[in-house]
Design a protein around this ligand. Structure first.
Ligand SMILES: [Zn+2]
Length: 175
């Protein structure tokens, strides 16, 4: 069974290597493993380093739905060898969690409008723009490829890091 690498594992602090193109079956196998773990963990995104593979691949699945051919956000999008550029200086803050850092949330600033260029599993090079929540997932997963985690972007440990339990109470209070 594939397990999630937890914070402290050196693979999470390593810059991931680009996938050699054209895409071969090893990448499809990697994506299948990531797919399985993402569903098991009910996540909305996962990066290859989180399952111990230091390659530039991540999945973005805002609806917690993941299915081949992994070409749309509705059914999970596989992103290979991405580059990201910001299309705005505007930054928004939201609470984020991470499968590699269970039990902890951070209030994380991210650019809210981005351009992503990446290779699909079918080997096509595409570019898309994303905003807000979706942009946030891309930026969170992209950080994993750069050896970063969300805690690195916390502005104040005193106020912006909380437990899952406190987060649940906070959300219940705000309803
Ligand atoms: Zn993460």
């Amino acid at each position: 069974m594939t397990r999630i690498c937890q914070l402290g594992h050196p693979v999470l602090r390593t810059i991931a290597a680009p996938v050699i193109e054209p895409i071969d079956n090893s990448v499809w196998r990697l994506v299948r493993d990531m797919h399985r773990v993402l569903l098991d963990e009910k996540g909305i995104g996962i990066a290859a380093p989180q399952i111990g593979v230091s390659k530039q691949v991540f999945i973005v699945a805002p609806n917690q739905v993941v299915n081949p051919p992994y070409t749309s956000l509705d059914t999970g999008l596989v992103v290979i060898n991405p580059t990201i550029s910001a299309l705005t200086d505007t930054v928004t803050h939201e609470w984020e969690g991470c499968l590699s850092i269970p039990g902890i949330r951070g209030y994380i600033p991210r650019r809210c409008h981005i351009l992503v260029e990446y290779t699909t599993l079918n080997g096509e090079r595409v570019s898309e723009t994303y905003t807000d929540f979706t942009a946030r997932i891309f930026l969170h997963e992209y950080d994993h490829l750069m050896g970063l985690v969300f805690l690195d972007r916390v502005e104040s440990i005193k106020t912006d890091v909380i437990t899952d339990q406190f987060y649940d109470e906070l959300m219940a209070d705000s309803e």
